[in-house]
Write a protein that binds this ligand. Structure first.
Ligand code: TRP
Length: 327
């Protein structure tokens, strides 16, 4: 039996090449080995204010990005979180066994609530990790492939599974986190000290998967470089290192090969070729992305929801019984 994996992306902000290289590309590679469920987590997205019409558009956009990246609906299930109501129901029940300090210590909450301070932060944002635990536990997920920043949340899912099992008897599989070690950490183009971020204030931080060729050229041209004029791959030159990493990922060349190629040539040539390389990838990606109509993706998403709903319903029946609800 194949092990089951579950992961998700929020339909907010602009999905960028960092999301692709750091997460979605890995999922594509995993889908043959694992029984894979990939979710568009719209319930998570509304933990910060969203424009309703935009949210709808973004939700379908993420699904098209999954498909364009190579997630094959014949092999993997993709669906929209809010289509399967059991996610919310299980989140509520898990709330009742979660302790405040477990959520107080979450780095993502601390980061995201910084803007408005604790007083201005919504309860939903605070509770976000419990909903994520519900996503994972509902399907007896064995492996959760995520970025380093989500490790703490998967840890909570593990703790809640164990706690529930102890209290009510064996019910949930305790999931393992999977963080691809060689997984590329792509940094912001305007600040190589921080990860490329889809909610960055400046669009010069990232290259969106649906940026056009001109925009990519402009963004790469504006990307910060370190002082000096020779291309160099080292931790002392984090901006260059990041650009070389991106080049390497999209060209299948090693950083060393790239550095050699541009010896004595300056940053201009390098940046021009880098933009061209990214655009080569994006042209192909966007052709696939644009080949799906909204109706087509929605049909795939509905079929996906129907499939996983069977698993979710069965699990919730067991949970309801265990906690003492009248059946
Ligand atoms: N919180 C995750 C992120 O922002 C997205 C997510 C929601 C998720 N539910 C999940 C990831 C369940 C893995 C499993 O990246």
């Amino acid at each position: 039996m194949k092990k089951r994996i579950f992961s998700g992306v929020q339909p907010s902000g602009n999905l960028h090449i960092g999301n692709y290289l750091g997460a979605i590309k890995n999922w594509v590679e995993m889908q043959d080995q694992f029984e894979s469920i990939f979710c568009v987590v719209d319930l998570h997205a509304i933990t910060v204010p969203q424009d309703p019409q935009k949210l709808r558009e973004k939700t379908l956009e993420i699904a098209k990005i999954y498909l364009a990246a190579g997630i094959d609906p014949q092999k993997s299930t993709i669906f929209i979180q809010s289509h399967v109501v059991q996610h919310s129901e299980l989140a509520w029940i898990l709330n009742t066994i979660t302790k405040m300090p477990e959520l107080d210590k979450m780095t993502q909450f601390k980061d995201k609530s910084q803007k408005d301070g604790r007083e201005g932060a919504q309860v939903g944002l605070y509770d976000y990790p419990v909903l994520m635990a519900a996503d994972i536990l509902l399907y007896d997920t064995e492996v959760v492939p995520v970025g380093e920043d989500q490790k703490q949340h998967v840890e909570l899912a593990r703790n809640l599974a164990q706690r529930f099992n102890q209290r009510f008897g064996q019910t949930f599989t305790v999931p393992d986190v999977f963080i691809k070690q060689e997984g590329m950490r792509i940094m912001g183009l305007d600040n190589p000290a921080k990860k490329m971020s889809k909610s960055a204030i400046s669009e010069y931080n990232y290259i969106s998967l649906i940026d056009d060729a001109k925009t990519v050229e402009k963004k790469i041209k504006k990307a910060v470089t370190d002082s000096g004029s020779e291309l160099e791959y080292s931790d002392e030159k984090p901006a260059l290192k990041n650009l070389i990493n991106i080049y390497a990922c999209f060209s299948n060349q090693s950083p060393e090969e790239i550095v050699k190629k541009y010896q004595g040539k300056g940053y201009g040539d390098f940046k021009r070729d880098l933009a061209e390389t990214i655009n080569g990838f994006l042209a192909d990606f966007q052709e696939k992305f644009n080949s799906y109509s909204d109706e087509q993706v929605l049909a795939i998403l509905r079929a996906g929801a129907e499939k996983v709903e069977k698993i979710a319903k069965e699990k919730m029946k067991e949970v309801r019984e265990k906690v003492g609800f009248v059946m």
